[in-house]
Ligand binder design. Structure first.
Ligand code: FRU
Length: 470
């Protein structure tokens, strides 16, 4: 069936699967003019089930072409989250140097082993493609890394580490991250573990990502992303990160405070693209715009879940601390159709897809989106905290905690600017150029058609955006 991508709540400039259940983004890799996005997918239902890798490609990270399912479960199990690399030097022998293999490294979750009460039912497997990701072959020696007897042993994120001339895998092992290395993607050796006592625990650690970022002053640090569920700042799922050093064997965090990539309730399991050309130079990120607390009961049909807008990640050094900045990718500007100045306190919105740029003139401000059904979505700053209120934002009672206030601590932060992306069922707030982010899904029963502003400069900007599906 040809889907309209125009159903109620269907994201218009965010990636969502044509139908059925999606969770984590997987295997993001750039190759030959195409950004690949794979994702945790269950093609038989709108709730989580036996996992596959769905697949889409894009030339600009904004417009997506849906491709057939890339990876199906096999005798080793369901296909959980993982990553993909281009094996340019053909270290694995699965391609050639002229036509390098795209190699996916993922977790096999064996439901039978789980049912039988074994503790080694998660292993790592490999699949490869030599035709730009269009067809996939599972490696015959799978699994390539077996569990030492720990149930949660998953989500391999792999990159080529120049200095040690090895592939490095970050892996979630219950509530620690283990690092492995390999010369060829097939034979893996344990290097070290990371689980400092002061980190955020509270649930399992999932979907790690280890990569370098350089500050504007030219200082390179290694960043480790760890998604945790539950235990996030708004309850349920969230992504914490660490800033430190990596010597090819061990990751050491050089600061000792818990840092959240996103303070909103709905940005989980996000990781970065591999093989982005050096000429581009960006570290590109996408996250799952969901939270395990309620993702399976959100009121959408015939699909469930969407991804965040893609973001580029940057590192800034502030006093003795480091901060990962998330910026909406500049390609999103191509969706602007009309740009308008915002004047006054009550603004009629004649479009439902919006990018809004605002400058507060006070540390206390409030903006309220309203619709004819008297529903409202509120973002306000008390000076100490930034609060997102969706208690009366639309459909909320599919889960008890969905209407809880979302709060971000503003200690030491003066808000100078806000950029807000509003789609049919989400709001993404970028504070001070992306130093603080809040991503949240919402389900207004009619589009918000007015915006009230309190505590802002008189001249702000609003851009109408066009749908990526039409
Ligand atoms: C994170 C996660 C991963 C796992 C996948 C299963 O949301 O739980 O740890 O690989 O989802 O779908």
């Amino acid at each position: 069936v040809e889907l309209s991508f125009n159903e109620p709540f269907r994201p218009q400039f965010h990636f969502s699967p044509p139908s059925q259940w999606m969770n984590d983004p997987n295997g993001m890799v750039y190759w030959d003019g195409e950004y690949h996005l794979f994702y945790q997918y269950y093609p038989d239902s709108t709730v989580w089930g036996p996992m596959h890798w769905g697949h889409a490609i894009s030339k600009d990270l904004v417009h997506w072409e849906h491709l057939p399912i890339a990876l199906y479960p096999d005798e080793n199990g369901w296909i959980f989250s993982g990553s993909a690399v281009i094996d340019s030097e053909n270290t694995s022998g699965l391609g050639t140097k002229d036509n390098p293999a795209m190699v996916a490294i993922f977790t096999y979750h064996d439901p039978i082993g789980e049912k039988e009460g074994r503790d080694d039912f998660q292993t790592q497997g490999i699949a490869y493609s030599t035709d730009k990701g269009r067809s996939w072959t599972k490696y015959e020696g799978n699994p390539v890394l077996k569990s030492p007897g720990i149930k949660d042993f998953r989500d391999p994120k792999v990159f080529w580490h120049e200095d040690s001339e090895r592939w490095i895998m970050s892996l979630s092992v219950m509530d620690k991250i283990s690092f492995y290395s390999s010369p060829n993607l097939l034979d893996w050796k344990h290097l070290s573990d990371f689980n400092p006592s002061w980190a955020a625990y509270g649930g399992v650690w999932e979907c790690p990502d280890l990569f370098p970022l350089t500050t504007a002053e030219g200082e390179e640090k290694w960043i480790l992303f760890v998604s945790i569920n539950p235990g996030g700042p708004q309850g349920g799922s969230a992504t914490q990160y660490f800033v430190g050093d990596f010597d090819g064997k061990t990751f050491t965090s050089t600061t000792q405070s818990v840092k959240w990539l996103d303070w909103g309730a709905d940005n989980y399991a996000g990781v970065t693209w591999s093989n982005v050309p050096e000429s581009d130079g960006r570290r590109l990120f996408i996250g799952w715009m969901g939270n395990w607390n309620y993702a399976q009961v959100v009121p959408t049909h015939p699909w469930r879940s969407a991804m965040t807008i893609p973001r580029s990640l940057h590192l800034s050094k502030e006093a003795e601390d480091y901060l990962v900045i998330s910026r909406p990718i500049s390609e999103l500007k191509n969706l602007r159709t009309e740009s308008l100045a915002i004047e006054g306190k009550t603004i009629a919105l004649d479009a439902e897809l919006l990018e809004i740029e605002l400058k507060p003139n006070s540390s206390q401000f409030q903006l309220t989106f309203t619709n004819p059904g008297s529903e409202e979505l509120v973002l306000k700053s008390t000076g100490e905290t930034l609060i997102l209120e969706r208690a009366n934002s639309g459909l909320v009672d599919f889960e008890k905690g969905f209407g809880n206030e979302q709060e971000a601590n503003l200690e030491g932060i003066r808000i100078n600017d806000l950029t807000i992306y509003l789609d049919r069922s989400s709001i993404e707030v970028f504070v001070n150029g992306g130093s603080l982010v809040m991503t949240s899904i919402v389900f207004p029963s009619a589009p918000y058609d007015a915006l009230q502003l309190e505590g802002f400069e008189n001249l702000n900007q609003m851009h109408h955006l066009k749908s990526i599906w039409r």
